[in-house]
Design a protein around this ligand. Sequence first.
Ligand code: G3I
Length: 316
Amino acid sequence: MVGGGPLAPLYDEECSVWVPAWEMKWGALVHALGDSPNYEATDAIVATAARRGKRLRGHTLIWHEHLPAGAERLSTRADWERFVAPHVGSVAGRYRDAIFEWDVVNEAIEPNDNGADLMRRSPFYAMLGPDYVSEAFRLAAQAAPAARLYLNDDHVYYAEDWQELRRTGVLRLLERLIAAGVPIHGFGMQCHLDTRRRFDERVFGRFVKQLEGFGLTLAITELDVTEAPDAGNRSVDERRRRAAEEVRKVLAVALDSPALAGVVTWGLSDADSWLRHRSPEMVTNQGLPFDDTYRPTPMRDMLASLFASTRTRHPT
Ligand code: G3I
């Protein structure tokens, strides 16, 4: 998340890496298919990050949401060559020296689309089939040879069956990409956590070990916690402690992996969290390291202690 306004001091003091939550997405750069990209906002973000000494994470080159108008109808290889390949090359190339790692493809897995490969039937899939993923990575590597390239996805932490299916989809896709020699460096776990879910450290630990087995770097890329729906009549303080505990449970496993390279929260303050806009019951959600008045919550202290303990175990 890139910080301006009242949050600027926090983004300076609390973060070494920034990520634009939406500004680098295709639909934010290109209003309608065929329009030229408008890089004004992203150039400003890149300049600010450089001025403030922050590394910048790119999010995201290929995603089925936030598309230019008309992109939802793309369906042929010719469409890919005409619109998608130039988009990837243009964005990744423009920021080849400014972005140290990219979410090249975001949320490629969707078992509810009933594909044998458990992949999402997005317009990108319609254009090239499952090979759109490897093609996107190859284009990104060509345009930004120094950037580390990630596959990014969510809902792979909890013991529910539907998340097991997603983990299977992720592992199958990674296996294919690596077997094909695709230039992929990491897997990003968004970590939009939820206190209603059932966590089993053995299940998530096994998945992290399987990811490690691919030799990939791991990253937590969009950490926040949904806690409002089962907050009941708990006090705000209790709800914040519960959210911090949800982070501890999951991150204690992830941070135990020597492959885990970094943790990025999806925003710093609940005041500007996307979660607050999800539903009426979410307007008071307590899911980030700083509250509505930018004061630290227990989650901020929890993250600090998790990082401190990790540094002693993985000093590199
Ligand atoms: O405020 C701007 C306005 O100035 C601008 O003119 C207008 C033009 O589109 O957009 C407004 O910004 C909105 C932005 O959020 C800031 O609130 C965008 O409309 C809106 O599309 C954008 O939504 C973002 C969404 O992705 C789609 O890009 C959310 O902030 C962001 O939290 C969400 O993030 C996604 C990750 O990329 C992938 N994982 C799930 C996560 C949550 O959905």
